[in-house]
Design a protein around this ligand. Structure first.
Ligand code: RIB
Length: 287
């Protein structure tokens, strides 16, 4: 099955420190790295690395980071014909601090903010060639809404990750086949009770506690393997990518989630979003 990921493409500026500074305080950190990221790009790279057939839809700026992002996609088996380098725009960026076993992120949308309904509509033909379409909200939410309608109308599977925190039309959720939320995001759907309302669709990721969903008869808990956590940035994106890969291979939802939970936990053992994503062999060795 062919997969299309519509989403953000960022360059991540990652600072590692022992602790977070207080407001007004300057501290000395440990390391600094510039790596490729962005929620959409991370999902696509996870899929490419795990052996899925994937094309990325999105935008970069006309700068060196944009060029590097495209090379990076190619190196990870992600199709790039539907990525546009926009004139006079900068590639999206994320300033990330990893400290005290957690992270904080400030994102600047840049070219990603131009990925809206009009932008994505222009790729209708290429989207028709996809069987599964995945997206999130690090682009203009009008793109996610249009995609959700497009997927429903054309019989495509639509996977939506309700992240980051942005206003969006609830219709996107109605149209989704798979909706991925975390412990905070589920509150806006009415809390954990929402799982019962969306059997085999709403996937609640709970970090080290694993994943839960309702299978129509019972609540199912898929534990996350225990690992020594170095950096959780991109773990959710790895989960989504791995889940989609297994969906594209016809796996059951349970098996797809199990595979994805292992992939996401392995990502957490290394620094960086994409740089830490596991290969297929690494995930299968832990199943
Ligand atoms: O989900 C992780 C991603 O969020 C990072 O790669 C960063 O780019 C931000 O968009």
């Amino acid at each position: 099955m062919k997969i299309g990921i519509v989403g953000s493409i960022n360059v991540d500026f990652v600072t590692v420190a022992k602790r977070n500074p207080s407001v007004g305080e300057t501290i000395v950190g440990e390391t600094f790295r510039v790596v490729m990221g962005g929620k959409g790009a991370n999902v696509a790279i996870a899929i490419g690395r795990l052996g899925g057939s994937v094309t990325m839809f999105g935008a970069v700026g006309d700068d060196d980071f944009g060029k590097k992002a495209i090379v990076n996609f190619k190196e990870n088996n992600v199709g790039v014909d539907t990525i546009v380098a926009l004139k006079n725009e900068s590639t999206g960026s994320a300033s990330i601090t990893v400290a005290e076993g957690n992270n904080t992120i400030i994102v600047i949308g840049g070219a990603n903010d131009k990925v809206d309904e009009k932008f994505i509509k222009s790729f209708e033909k290429q989207l028709l060639a996809c069987d599964i379409i995945g997206t999130q909200l690090e682009i203009d939410p009008s793109a996610a809404l249009w995609l959700s309608r497009f997927a429903r109308k054309n019989g495509k599977k639509f996977v939506f990750n309700r992240s980051p925190d942005k206003k969006y039309k609830p219709e996107i959720i109605d149209n989704a086949d798979i909706l991925i939320v975390n412990e905070i995001e589920i509150n806006e759907l009415g809390g954990e009770g929402a799982l019962l309302k969306h059997p085999n669709k709403l996937i609640l990721t709970e970090g080290a506690n694993g994943v839960r969903f309702y299978d129509g008869n019972k609540m199912v808990h898929v534990p996350a393997p225990k690992v020594k956590v170095v950096d959780t940035v991109g773990a959710g994106d790895t989960f989504m990518g791995a889940l989609i890969v297994k969906m594209s291979e016809g796996a059951t939802l349970f098996d797809a989630i199990k595979f994805a939970a292992v992939a996401a936990s392995l990502k957490c053992t290394k620094l960086g979003a994409q740089t830490a994503m596991p290969t297929r062999a690494e995930v299968e060795a832990k199943i």
